[in-house]
Ligand binder design. Sequence first.
Ligand code: GAL
Length: 821
Amino acid sequence: MVSLRFLVCCLLFLASSVYATIVSHDGRAITIDGNRRVLLSGSIHYPRSTPEMWPDLIKKGKEGGLDAIETYVFWNAHEPTRRQYDFSGNLDLIRFLKTIQDQNLYGVLRIGPYVCAEWNYGGFPVWLHNMPDMEFRTTNKVFMNEMQNFTTMIVDMVKKEKLFASQGGPIILAQIENEYGNVIGSYGEAGKAYIQWCANMAQSLDVGVPWIMCQQDDAPQPMLNTCNGYYCDNFEPNNANTPKMWTENWTGWYQNWGGKNPHRTTEDVAFAVARFFQRGGTFQNYYMYHGGTNFDRTAGGPYITTSYDYDAPLDEFGNLNQPKYGHLKQLHGILHSMEKTLTYGNVSTIDFGNFVSATIYNTEEGSSCFFGNVNETSDATINFQGETYVVPTWSVSILPDCKTEVYNTAKINTQTSVMVKKPNEAEDEPINLKWSWRPENIDNFLLKGKGEATMRQLFDQKVVSNDQSDYLWYMTTLHLKEEDPIWSKHMSLHINSTAHVLHAFVNGQHVGNYHAENGKFHYVFEQEAKFNPGDNVISLLSITVGLPNYGAFFENDPAGITGPVFIIGKNDDETIVKDLSAHKWSYKTGLSGFENQLFSSESPSKWSGDSVPFNRTMTWYKTTFKAPLGSEPVVVDLLGLGKGTAWINGNNIGRYWPAFLSTEDGCSTECNYRGAYYPEKCQTNCGKPTQRWYHVPRSFLNPKGDNTLVLFEEIGGNPSFVNFQTIGVGGVCANVYEKNVLELSCDGRPISSIKFASFGNPRGKCGSFEKGTCEASKDVVNILSAECVGKEKCSVNVSTEKFGVPECDGATRSLAVEALC
Ligand code: GAL
């Protein structure tokens, strides 16, 4: 007999036969193309890599078991000036979507157009902020008009190329707004009206696929609300007809300048995914699957680093982040194999107490089971249908036939890859790099204090500069008479500032610089300074390091020197303060070296090869180098430099700031995957430069001939250690349980030797494995050497037939291997 539920699903499927349906186990469905219950998706943001990288990244996603690729759309990148659009190079959205289509994957298009995403200003163009009567993300006519204009344009572009699933294309879901539910409370009634407007506006665009609103538990119909977070198994959509969908499963976390490097364990990511599907989930998206790089000035903030690696399954450069990539790939394969049962099965659960439960999906053809143990401290031994099973702490076991465990989230049978950097074999760096330099021309600003516009007020940097540059000069001239009462031995300049970084000069003398501590962007800068009778030129350079991207009204967070600015004279018994805030301030956006395109390979400007200075502020450096041989990803090591921007053959590879060390405390070598994850849980890189290596995409390089590296150094540094390196797998380790298959791969390079191998109960971890108390009878190193050395990959059954029987007194047997590439 065919179950009623099965019928409902088929009817739904027939009714919508052109495209498919994401179906919940209980018959809730949304329409897409073919009945799908297990939809695995991964975020790859097109501007965070290059078009040359896209096919490989997407292919790796597909090989990793993804069904779909998700991306946001980045408004400020596409519309840098109002009604002037850019879809070139890595902004070629359509090409990206077609690359997804070419690989027969689905696409999820999160238009926003507010996106957060640790992207500059959350994706809003700064000109938007400067429009009269503007208020963001509320029922403001000016805002709604611009949002609708951009959203409509994107939808039209995508429709024109027939990329929506309703047109036969890959895109199965579209998103409007982003996590507005997290901030809606701050907008009162207007917030509710705004979200209703968003829903109506999106719906009117008639894309033919469902619209989602993430973190929006009052999403108006027919918007689908979805969950974002580290765990979403408890999530229930606000509408009983909506399948349970997870738009952002954070695979790691982002990094800030001065912050540490966060890691989320493979065991915990797998646990969260398995738990989600155990508890009725249907669509799950990894945020990020490939994080990539914040090139140019795209990093949000303040203080998001140039690297957006995110500890994602594909690392910043597109290499497999193992074991995360492989362990999830196995999980995807198993979940897909159970799709039919998960879609059409009757669900029942058994609660064993102590946070341990079994979920059974049962159809007439067969059943599939999940055993979940959400206890943080104890393993569970359960009895299920007459058999005994051990479910380790904080893990989920999957039994596709409800008898044999084929996967446990905490038992990793995938290799760990140890990535190594290798010197540039095309030349002997850093000694071979010959540097030339030029000063940034700032004399005019320092001595004359003249910019482009003057105003009798201190303005927010966004207002003056429209975010055309990180740099804004604020300059004023102060006439001090000899008889002014302010004269004293200790005179100082006092600035109430929200500049992320500030350089202050008085009469051409650098009186100091300061960078805000992360999170403390309102501060007072006070330094002694020398003033003279007559005219005094005060020149302040304000620098932004990524505009904010998150929170209610984040768009109004001040940036720049918002004042007041005082000069202070202190005598023993008296303090005299002069407020310069309403003085005539002269403004100049940007630096002249940027305007003159000193970074361009064609720049005709003069550079000097003589006495290249070190530790000099506001200095340009240039060198040429040969591209590293081979095809492995390239990084440039900028250790020794302070803060600035780097270009390769005219391509801006982002802000650099190796002088900014991350704080000393809060790192650990051990990382316990058990228990709920939070970004501070497993961090590395304490006390080291926040980011020392910067990605140089291969497509920026000239494989033959010379390449140019230009640096603009802002605070002072030494370029003589700069060198180029390639990144690849240096070695691999694995500890695989008996009855599984060991797969070793050097990702394109041959395995050169087996350094360690033991079948029994080996101890330790990658890099420090040791034999345990029992050991196989055969020579394990020899067997593996014969099967693997000289090959790019090998796979070996971990069994007693292969290696002999170690007498382990019932202890779980495993094979530990360490191989060199
Ligand atoms: C979410 C947001 C994403 C991203 C993420 C953190 O709140 O929707 O865009 O910012 O946090 O990486």
